[in-house]
Design a binder for this molecule. Structure first.
Ligand SMILES: Cc1ncc(COP(=O)(O)O)c(C=O)c1O
Length: 459
């Protein structure tokens, strides 16, 4: 090994020892007196660890901006209740419970046998997968996409969304985000240094006037608008006319539009939700995310897509090219088989969720809790029963868990305007839903409206 040259400023071994103890590394100070200098530097430096100090800071700039997940507390209580032997009926997390269709699993198994698929894959997604997604958009929405430039595969739509935020946000940029909403819509941008201005969720004329107000009174001018229909958690759906108004407004005000269409195929009563890219010219300013998690019951596989504007897709592709090598090739091949394959599995999943929705709405109403019937998604967005409204959504969720063995997500976890609601995910089978309704009926008859004797209420 050739000798390391330090231009005569390499400190003697004893000084090197001192340097390695702390973060101050001033090699160029290494002359005869330098040993003393290092020592002084180390003692005076506020960043140097003292023997009684942990060298790792207690918090970090980005972490300070990420509040603890509200759902964590309910999840913890759920786990505790289960460990006490309680049979908790879990409507908490939107984690699809249906098995991935067999032909998709079979394709994965077949592909994984080929050693050539074990190498790093393509960060943007293999060509066959991007083509399959383009074909899906043409079939489902009548939207033609160039798979080379207008389609990218992501490690789930959540990852894609967060990395698009990373790609397009400068510190302090203002982003318009609905509230309540799926947390990454807001926190993807907060992690990226952006500032959030909230808009209501309902796709009405009030939304458009709030949007206009936000554009006129925000400084600096917002750079992007996030939309999510069908909405998690509210299940609200937008129509094409609403999207036309948004695109027309956004074009006039140089606003990027990011649409999250994760529930593209989980809709009821034969009313498929549209894609924003169906609006002529939307591709000039819009990008849209879809997910394999819901449509094909593949949540653990981690595969989603962004499609749309070429510059936005290229920005996302650039960031991702530094971060990942793409999903495991057999997963991508199986996902392409899913998109190119039979659609009866999607109809089946839709029917299953619709049946659960109907049973939930009917049986809970019968028990005394009226919940609006969601037109899409796998969620019911339920106003707290009037008697419990004073508790707020977090305390009510805890009460429901403790007294009725029913786990739900408190609305406050989706943003301040989610207060007064809880979200129920349709991830339990009809029998369990009916059991939950029976538990609910007993709980409501009990008359305890305070939660005073529910353990561990901290807020
Ligand atoms: C609105 C919305 N977008 C994105 C996601 C994340 O989906 P994926 O599994 O593709 O990351 C979810 C998951 O619940 C969601 O509800």
């Amino acid at each position: 090994m050739p000798p390391i040259e330090h231009g005569g400023i390499m400190p003697p071994p004893d000084k090197t020892t001192i340097l390695q103890q702390g973060p101050i590394c001033c090699l160029e100070m290494g002359d005869a007196k330098a040993g003393i200098d290092y020592k002084i530097s180390l003692e005076e430096s506020s960043t140097a660890p003292r023997p009684d100090q942990d060298p790792v800071p207690q918090d970090f700039h980005r972490i300070r901006r990420l509040p603890p997940y509200v759902f964590e507390e309910v999840n913890r209580l759920k786990t505790e209740a289960r460990s006490r032997g309680r049979d908790v009926i879990d409507f908490g997390m939107g984690n699809p419970d249906l098995p991935t269709p067999k032909h998709i699993v079979d394709k994965l198994i077949e592909t994984v046998q080929k050693p050539s698929t074990h190498r790093y894959s393509a960060s943007r997604g293999i060509k066959g997968l991007r083509r399959a997604q383009a074909a899906y958009y043409e079939r489902r929405f009548g939207v033609r996409l160039n798979p080379e430039t207008q389609v990218i595969a992501t490690l789930g739509s959540k990852e894609g969304f967060a990395n698009l935020a990373q790609a397009i946000t400068a510190p302090g940029d203002v982003i318009l985000v609905p509230n309540p909403t799926y947390p990454i819509h807001q926190f993807g941008f907060i992690i990226s240094g952006g500032t959030i201005r909230h808009l209501p969720v309902a796709p009405t004329s009030e939304f458009l006037s709030c949007l206009d107000k936000a554009m006129r009174f925000s400084v600096p001018k917002p750079i992007a608008l996030v939309l999510n229909y069908p909405s998690n958690p509210t299940a609200l759906v937008a129509d094409l006319d609403f999207y036309k108004e948004i695109i027309s407004y956004a074009k006039r005000h140089d606003l990027i539009v990011i649409s999250d269409l994760a529930y593209a195929d989980i809709y009821f009563d034969d009313k498929p939700p549209p894609s924003i890219l169906q609006v002529p010219g939307a591709i000039d300013i819009a990008v849209e995310f879809t997910s394999m998690s819901k449509t094909f019951s593949m949540p653990g596989w981690r595969l989603g897509f962004a499609v749309g504007n070429e510059r936005l897709i290229a920005a996302l592709a650039r960031v991702k090219s530094y971060l990942d090598y793409g999903a495991f090739t057999p997963i991508q091949v199986a996902a392409a088989a899913a998109l190119n394959g039979p659609e009866d599995c999607i109809d089946e999943a839709r029917k299953t969720y619709q049946k659960r929705r109907d049973i939930l709405v009917q049986s809970f109403a019968h028990a005394g809790w009226e919940i609006p019937s969601p037109p899409a998604t796998m969620f019911a967005w339920a106003p707290l029963p009037e008697r419990f409204a004073h508790l707020g959504s977090l305390r009510f969720s805890k009460l429901l868990l403790e007294k009725a063995d029913i786990a739900v997500s408190p609305g406050i976890g989706f943003g301040e305007f989610g207060e007064g609601y809880v979200r129920l995910a349709l991830v339990e089978n009809p029998q369990r839903i009916r059991q939950a309704a029976r538990n609910l009926k007993r709980f409501l008859a009990d008359g305890d409206e305070t939660g005073h004797n529910v353990v561990q209420i901290t807020s």
